[in-house]
Design a protein around this ligand. Structure first.
Ligand code: SAM
Length: 238
């Protein structure tokens, strides 16, 4: 795969609101994408510099940018822009008319938990098995002056984006509970990802990235969608 970092260093990306360390991380993570023409959705595009970087790295990609305020210039060719609010499911669903299935979602939008959760619940079901859903700047949950952040008082800090991304751990781990009815001896436990919709989750400072399982097992509702149990099975079905 071409390197985001190399292309960034060769171009004029002064409007990009991503640091080099983010690009290094994306180079590592997306090395697992095995197509030259991925479908990339970015939530939050500001002046369009990140869209340019995706386009120059993947000339054949299908790129969809979403923002409340669309850039008037600086958008590379053949990108689709969708104007909308991350707080409105119907706006987010309009992305799916252009991108379904999706290989990569990058959420660099509100950095507030409720709209970020809504976007995840709306778009993750449309991520291709083996695809990625990255959320940037989740550390806002540690900031007392952020709308839903707070200073951590203990090691179980759950404010804002921090609480949201910690739920991903349960989605990976809780399928183990399904074995409680007939627990195997620990040395026979099969910690496969069979029953989790996520193959793995990577936590970097500033980026959390969920890789969708290649062969998701039983349909298992994400706790991220817990508020709408009617749309699927409960998280733990004994
Ligand atoms: C950090 S900037 C995006 C930077 C860009 N991805 C880059 O790397 O250069 C965040 C963008 O999210 C948009 N945004 C913030 N909250 C939003 C919301 N609730 N709905 C839609 N867009 C929102 C802002 O308009 C802004 O353009």
């Amino acid at each position: 795969m071409p390197s985001f970092l190399d292309i960034y260093r060769k171009g004029d990306y002064r409007n990009l609101i991503k640091s080099e360390c983010f690009l290094k991380r994306y180079d590592r993570i997306f090395a697992e994408i095995h197509t030259d023409a991925p479908v990339i959705v970015e939530l939050g595009v500001d002046k369009g510099a990140s869209l340019r970087l995706w386009r120059e790295t993947f000339p054949a990609a299908m790129i969809i940018g979403f923002d409340a305020h669309l850039p008037v210039s600086g958008v590379p060719p053949n990108c689709t822009l969708v104007q909308g609010s991350q707080q409105k499911r119907a706006d987010l669903e309009r992305i799916l008319a252009h991108a379904d299935p999706i290989d990569i979602v990058i959420d660099d939008c509100s950095h507030v938990a409720a709209p970020t959760r809504l976007a995840f619940d709306t778009l993750f079901p449309h991520v291709r098995p083996g695809g990625f859903y990255a959320i940037e700047d989740w550390g806002t949950g540690y900031w007392p002056n952020w709308p839903d952040g707070a200073l951590p008082q203990n090691n179980n800090h759950l404010a804002g984006m921090v609480g949201l991304v910690k739920e991903f751990i349960d989605v990976v781990g809780i399928p183990a509970k399904n074995r409680l009815r007939k627990p195997p001896p620990i040395y026979k436990a099969n910690w496969s990802t069979m029953n989790s919709p996520y193959e793995y989750v990577i936590f970097y400072p500033g980026i959390v990235c969920v890789k969708k399982a290649v062969e998701p097992g039983e349909p298992m509702h994400s706790p991220l969608a817990r508020k709408e149990p009617s749309t699927g099975r409960r998280m733990i079905d004994y």
